[in-house]
Design a protein around this ligand. Structure first.
Ligand code: CTP
Ligand code: CA
Length: 225
């Protein structure tokens, strides 16, 4: 597939996507983060745009370039990402949580650079808001799609997240497979929704993004039918 069929268009849809990692500050010069490249989320933004949607991309710090035509909102922390999503969700019809949001942040951001003293340093972390679950909880929630990065029992954990977070769809990838995942240009996905599932075989992230956006478009039509 190179081009989406015209029948599965996303014209009139507003798609909000989160992408990339978040950075959680420790002190003015340090943070904790993860290896997310943002490539999958940016590919989804490009695919949604190609299918005629209006796209808002809320992104953590990445090196990939945003496709022209998307509204890009740059953020650093999970809390900033949550605020940016919530300020743009009112007229969204689709939300895709593709960001690797840090589950925890340092409980306190130390005001001055931490100096080297003791042999050991202990940091205490506190839970970040779950952006995806918060969007799914909204009274007029958009069609909500999550991602699940798993290293084992992919289908079990993905289906658990689908029901527990009350999502419309979840796309799971096995990050223990080193051909795909975080920094790779390729990915493979197992997609689950309440009434079905589909395996999207290993492919370039843009081709995979087109296939996932088409699945979303089909299920969106079903939901509104
Ligand atoms: N997510 C989010 N906000 C968070 C954590 C996760 O929006 N604070 C979203 C991710 O963007 C992804 C989905 O939730 O779409 C699942 O992320 P994942 O890390 O696989 O699941 P968690 O619920 O965080 O559970 P765990 O890390 O324990 O597997
Ligand atoms: Ca997580």
């Amino acid at each position: 597939i190179t081009r989406p069929p015209a029948s599965l268009s996303l014209t009139n849809e507003h798609v909000v996507i989160t992408a990339g990692p978040t950075r959680e500050a420790i002190d003015p010069v340090r943070y904790i983060s993860n290896h997310s490249s943002g490539k999958m989320g940016y590919a989804l933004a490009e695919a949604a745009l190609a299918m005629g949607a209006r796209v808002t991309l809320v992104s953590g710090p990445v090196t990939v370039c945003a496709p022209s035509g998307v509204t890009l909102i740059n953020v650093q922390s999970a809390e900033q990402m949550r605020d940016a999503v919530m300020s743009n969700i009112d007229d969204a019809t689709v939300f895709i949580g593709c960001a690797a949001v840090a589950d925890y942040r340092p409980e306190q951001v130390v005001e001055q650079k931490i100096k080297k003293h003791d042999e050991k340093l202990t940091l205490t972390f506190t839970k970040n808001p779950d952006i995806l679950a918060d969007v799914a909880k909204l009274e007029r929630a958009p069609f909500t799609v999550g991602f699940a990065a798993e290293t084992q029992d992919v289908s079990f954990y993905a289906k658990d997240k689908l029901t527990r977070k009350n999502l419309d769809m979840i796309a799971a990838n096995d990050v223990s497979d080193d051909r795909i995942g975080f920094n790779s240009d390729q990915n493979a996905l197992s997609v689950f929704w309440a009434k079905g599932e589909k395996t999207l075989e290993i492919a370039d992230k843009y081709q995979l993004a087109l296939q996932l956006m088409q699945l979303i478009s089909e299920q969106l039509t079903q939901k509104h039918a």
